[in-house]
Structure formats: structure tokens, C-alpha cells
Design a protein around this ligand. Structure first.
Ligand code: SF4
Length: 259
């Protein structure tokens, strides 16, 4: 069985080559050609942006879509725009990243126990992917989730929340989304999938500059997630110990019975 990192590499190569959404292909490439004045010396990425982070992550973060002059420029999720400034500082403060800043792919940023992805991988006009484009992109998120098998998912905004719950419904893990309403600080438990989904407002400039979203609000949710992951790790470790003890006991009993 290939390692998770190998499976993610194969998937990411497929994502980077994707041209399924003609509107987004035209837009992302036009932005990359025309550039913003401040970044005129950059060679823009201009392609779908693959997921980024720890291949052994227990926490999967689902954003909306790349920013036209952010990750469409740098080629790494949430890197190079105001949303990333807010998000990576919050992850660093919570112990999920080795540094608080994300500037480009060579800046040394490493995530710990976190993998970041998005509902759509190509920068959309006005930061708004169309429903059909999100649907086109959904199989990539589905495969990422199958490879990583996260214990916690953090949806950045309602679209990320709806898309991930849509995947759980599509997989037959949940019958529907009734009772799973998005909100900042919302949590939905799916014990059958060994998973809890957390919701926060998207760290867009619009939310962070108007005060709708503050660093303290992210810190609180990230603390909840850390606590949840530690608690489930202890429970799983307890289960493993108990299974090993039972197996040992059975082997000893069997030996005693042998002539
Ligand atoms: S948004 Fe997703 S499905 Fe559409 S072109 Fe980009 S990578 Fe492909």
C-alpha cells in the first residue's frame, strides 16, 4: 500500500493539470499574464492550487478558493494574501505551524498535524466559484479526505462546510445535513466516521478588517480542536492497549491448554 504522501503527490499532479472549468481556466491564466503592478516581477503560478501540509494530519482545513493575486500567484494555499496572513498566524499561535508567516513556497513554512485544501482549486472572479465549478472540483477534496482520513475538519466559511457535509452525504456517512447548521464555532459530530466538523468564519479581509472575525475567535476554536484531537488520541490509545492485553491473555490461555 503506497504511503499517504505518495498518494497525495499523485493526486496533486492531477489537480495541477486540471482544466475542467473553462471560465476559471481563462480567468486564472489572464490574471497570471496581466499581474498586479506590485507583483510585476513575479512569475504567477496561474494553475490550480494543490493541497498543502502534513501528510499524517489529523486536521483537514477546507477553504473556499485561491485568491487571484494570492495563491494563484504563489502556488500554495493561503500564501501571499491577507487571508493567509490571518490564518497562518492563528495556526502558529495554536501550535499547528512552525512560523507565523507565509510568503512564498520557499519560505520554510511547515504545518504540524494540519493539511490545508479548498472547495475549488482555481482562483474565481470576485472570489466566487459557481456551484457547477465547486461540484467539478469536489472529487479532489473527496479523495484528499479518503487518503488523509482526518479526525477533525475545520471549514473556513459556509461553502467549505456545505461542500464537506455534501461529501459525507454522498459517501452515505450521514443521511442529510439536517441539524448541521453552519456558524462560527459550530460543531457537528459524526461518530460513525470518527470525525468532528468545526466551522469558523472565512478569514477574508472583509471579515477581519470589519472586526466580524478576530484572532481571539480563531484561537478559541483551534483550542477546541486541539483538545478534541488529544482526547480522541487518548481514547484510541486506550483501545489499542486493551486489545493488546486481550490478545495476550488469549494467547497465554491457549498455551496453557496445549499438551
Ligand atoms: S476549479 Fe477544480 S475542477 Fe475546476 S478547473 Fe480548477 S481544479 Fe479543475
Amino acid at each position: 500500500m503506497p504511503e499517504k504522501s505518495e498518494l497525495l503527490c499523485v493526486l496533486n499532479a492531477e489537480i495541477v493539470a486540471c482544466r475542467k472549468c473553462s471560465r476559471l481556466v481563462v480567468y486564472r491564466e489572464a490574471v497570471a499574464r496581466e499581474k498586479r503592478l506590485a507583483y510585476r516581477d513575479w512569475t504567477y503560478w496561474g494553475k490550480p492550487v494543490p493541497g498543502f501540509g502534513d501528510a499524517q494530519a489529523q486536521l483537514l482545513i477546507v477553504g473556499l478558493a485561491p485568491g487571484a493575486h494570492g495563491s494563484n500567484r504563489t502556488g500554495r494555499m493561503f500564501t501571499g494574501d491577507r487571508s493567509g496572513v490571518f490564518l497562518y498566524k492563528a495556526l502558529y499561535d495554536a501550535g499547528f505551524a512552525n512560523q507565523p508567516t507565509a510568503v512564498n513556497c520557499e519560505d520554510g513554512l511547515q504545518l504540524k498535524n494540519v493539511y490545508i485544501t479548498a472547495a475549488a482549486r482555481c482562483a474565481p472572479p470576485d472570489n466566487k466559484p459557481l456551484p457547477g465549478e465547486i461540484l467539478n472540483c469536489r472529487p479532489y477534496l473527496e479523495r484528499e479526505s479518503e487518503i488523509l482520513r482526518p479526525r477533525a475538519v475545520l471549514a473556513l466559511g459556509k461553502i467549505g462546510w456545505d461542500v464537506f457535509l455534501g461529501i459525507l452525504k454522498h459517501q452515505g456517512t450521514i443521511p442529510g445535513r439536517m441539524g448541521c447548521r453552519f456558524g462560527h464555532g459550530a460543531e457537528a459530530d459524526f461518530p460513525e466516521a470518527g470525525l468532528r466538523v468545526f466551522g469558523v468564519y472565512h478569514p477574508s479581509q472583509q471579515n477581519t478588517q470589519t472586526g466580524l472575525l478576530t484572532p481571539g475567535m480563531y484561537a478559541k476554536v483551534l483550542r477546541r480542536i486541539r483538545g478534541y484531537l488529544e482526547q480522541t488520541s487518548k481514547i484510541n490509545a486506550g483501545r489499542t492497549e486493551s486489545t493488546e492485553a486481550t490478545e495476550k491473555k488469549e494467547t497465554t490461555t491457549q498455551r496453557r491448554r496445549e499438551p
